[in-house]
Design a protein around this ligand. Structure first.
Ligand SMILES: [Mg+2]
Length: 288
């Protein structure tokens, strides 16, 4: 491997890494690319565990259930369990419980996996028509089983004034296949146009509801966690808005020139997780 420039750490960043308790990790472009795990990921995670630093994987994609993600991660060799990850499904549950605690019945545009996770969290699923009772809210997810009838039903309930939530803003989902995967954000806009109303909330990264459940779950202060990802406008911006140290890895979406172009300045830019792992070890070694 060729030698790479190790960033010089500012004192405040070194101090933050030295007392780090938890790492929030974006998935695609950060720990793997598509179905290919990066060669340094397993060692990075093992080193965190050895240093008693926890970690959580974050994704906006709620087309898979939590269990399906756990199986995917395990298939890549990562010993994950349900507490290891947070999707925009969790953000939706967190948002509803904190802002609309009385809402229980949802009309969901989403996969069976999303619906079963929401049902497990205590919500009832309404049908496309009023025969099964009116929904109290419409939740638009990444529905890879989308039908025209359900799209129209969602627009109908939105037009009737029901709470209108999008699980995440992404308009398409990256793929290496010759197709364009139309995602939650694009379907949400379609409903907004038809119903003449904007969504009441768009969750998922960069919304704070992707970070707050993790801080609560692990009883963390914002200066004890770091957000690591490959996208400036979602991963890095979300970390900044939540007061977390933000780290950009250059193994996915963003290149260095994007920092100035997009006007989003991460606290730290590293080539990959391997380099970040070295900086964490260095900071903690220096703190002893
Ligand atoms: Mg990513």
């Amino acid at each position: 491997m060729h030698a790479r420039d190790q960033p010089i750490l500012q004192e405040n960043i070194r101090h933050c890494l030295a007392k780090l308790r938890h790492v929030l990790l974006d998935m695609d472009g950060t720990i793997y690319s598509g179905s290919r795990l990066f060669p340094f990921t397993l060692k990075f995670l093992a080193d965190l565990t050895e240093a008693h630093i926890g970690y959580t994987f974050l994704t906006n994609n709620c087309s898979r259930s939590v269990e399906q993600y756990v199986q995917k991660l395990r298939g890549l060799g990562i010993m994950a369990d349900a507490d290891s990850l947070l999707t925009s499904m969790h953000a939706t549950v967190f948002y509803l419980r904190h802002h609309h605690p009385r809402i229980k019945r949802l009309f969901v545009l989403g996969t069976d996996g999303l619906k079963s996770d929401l049902a497990a969290a205590g919500f009832q699923m309404a049908c496309g028509d009023a025969s099964g009772g009116e929904p109290e809210a419409v939740v638009v997810g990444f529905d890879t089983q989308l039908t025209y009838a359900n799209l129209c039903a969602a627009a109908w309930w939105v037009k009737r004034g029901k709470l209108f939530i999008a699980t995440h803003p992404d308009v398409f989902c990256p793929t290496d296949q010759p197709t364009l995967l139309v995602d939650c954000g694009a379907v949400t806009r379609c409903i907004e146009e038809a119903a003449g109303r904007r969504a009441d909330a768009v969750l998922g990264k960069p919304h704070e509801t992707m970070i707050q459940p993790i801080l609560e779950r692990w009883e963390l202060l914002s200066d004890q966690a770091v957000m690591v990802g490959d996208r400036l406008t979602t991963d890095v911006r979300m970390g900044q808005q939540a007061g977390l140290l933000s780290v950009l890895v250059l193994t996915g979406d963003a290149v260095r020139d994007d920092i100035e172009r997009l006007g989003v300045q991460p606290d730290l830019v590293v080539e990959d997780l391997e380099q970040l792992g070295r900086l964490i070890a260095q900071s903690r070694g220096g703190a002893r």
